[in-house]
Design a protein around this ligand. Structure first.
Ligand SMILES: *Cc1c(COP(=O)(O)O)cnc(C)c1O
Length: 365
């Protein structure tokens, strides 16, 4: 059986360092807001190339806190509009609507699955305050056209970097391209903890100060509360685990690229559309997606051949009950992607033999 993602095997490959890291925290007697978090924040901000990293409880909170902080700072207010990709995981959009900001959905480019930079300007109004780009499936979503709009309309650029830890845009890394970024270390992400974890990365001193306080009951000094905050902290054990795993992230991403390259060079089937790669370092292949008109049939066939696949994602945000006011929207490219997309197994511990087997089986569909 070829698993979609063998988390146990991935984490075993970091032993005994993970067990040692957990033991180190256990023995320290200090479990929150300590030296492991401080060290991880420093290491991750160095890695991404931002001045600040603030560890928080998860990726959704990282994104929510960015908007919450902009509201506290008076940069945004209730009812302001944020441009978001229609083709994304719903968490990107929840972060916006949770703050009573209005998500404005923009179609993706069918070749990259990321927000189409040429369809954004039409959606900008006098209430637009920001653009959120999502580096979906691990592929950079930043383009010079987006920077031009950010400059022209004086907008905040927020990145959802949950799927793309380590990806590049030119010399820079995603997560350090805009005003602030939300990062997720959910166990299945390229840099995954052993539970929930996330971080905000930013160069903005004021934003960083507010987010750090907001994530800790709105308090920067114990029992003094400046804001109506949350409790959203990264804990010491997860930080210690992430420090171990960050040290191998580039190598792990490189293995993902090798697998992706092998799939792209070896899957030859008239009914299967492969991802287009213009620049290999711009993609960390968090997810390797193909498209097929007979997607469900292909998935069943692969399952019968013991190859696990997943669908990212089966229902677009605007078709969810959670956003029923959008259900009648017609967003055809997003809908087409959701109907045809299929994610193949990929991970740093996947053997070459399994990659080859998956290609052969797919080619016989
Ligand atoms: C995983 C993910 C999130 C949310 O991260 P959590 O840590 O699970 O809260 C947000 N956006 C995208 C695109 C994601 O894939």
């Amino acid at each position: 059986m070829i698993k979609f993602l063998d988390l146990k095997a991935i984490n075993d490959s970091f032993e005994p360092e993970l067990s040692n890291a957990i033991k180190r925290v256990l023995d320290s007697g200090w479990y929150l807001l300590g030296n492991e978090v401080k060290a991880f924040e420093q290491e991750y901000s160095n890695y991404i190339g931002t001045k600040h990293c603030i560890g928080v409880a998860n990726g959704l909170d990282a994104l929510r806190l960015i908007f919450k902080a902009y509201i506290v700072l008076g940069e945004m207010q209730e009812g302001d509009e944020i441009i978001v990709p229609a083709n994304t995981y719903i968490a990107s959009i929840l972060a916006v609507s949770d703050n009573r900001l209005k998500p404005v959905l923009v179609e993706p480019d069918i070749h990259t699955y990321n927000i189409d930079p040429f369809k954004i300007e039409d959606k900008i109004t006098s209430r637009t305050k920001g653009i959120m780009i999502v580096h979906l499936y691990g592929q950079n979503a930043m383009y010079p056209e987006i920077q031009k709009l950010v400059d022209k309309y004086n907008l905040k650029l927020i990145e959802d970097n949950a799927q793309a830890s380590g990806a590049h845009y030119g010399e820079k890394r995603t997560g350090g391209l805009g005003d602030a970024a939300g990062n997720s270390f959910y166990p299945g992400k390229n840099l995954g903890a052993l539970g929930d974890a996330g971080a905000v990365t930013t160069d903005d001193d004021n934003l960083a100060t507010v987010i750090r306080a907001m994530a800790n009951y709105g308090s920067s000094k114990k029992y003094v509360n400046d804001y109506q905050g949350l409790n959203s902290r990264l804990d010491e054990i997860q930080a210690a685990i992430l420090r171990v795993k960050l040290s191998r992230l580039d190598g792990d991403n490189q293995r993902r690229r090798e697998i992706a390259r092998f799939y792209i060079e070896n899957i030859k089937h008239p009914d299967i559309i492969l991802p287009q790669v213009s620049d290999w370092v711009s993609n960390v292949f968090h997810i390797f997606t193909i498209r097929c008109k007979q997607r469900d049939k292909l998935q069943n066939y692969l399952s019968d051949q013991d190859i696990q696949t997943l669908i990212h994602y089966p229902i677009p945000p605007h078709k969810q009950q959670a956003y029923k006011e959008w259900n009648k929207f017609n967003i055809p490219i997003t809908e087409k992607i959701h109907e045809e997309i299929l994610s193949l197994p990929i991970s740093p511990v996947m053997s070459q033999q399994d990659v080859e087997k998956a290609c052969n089986v797919i080619n016989c569909f």
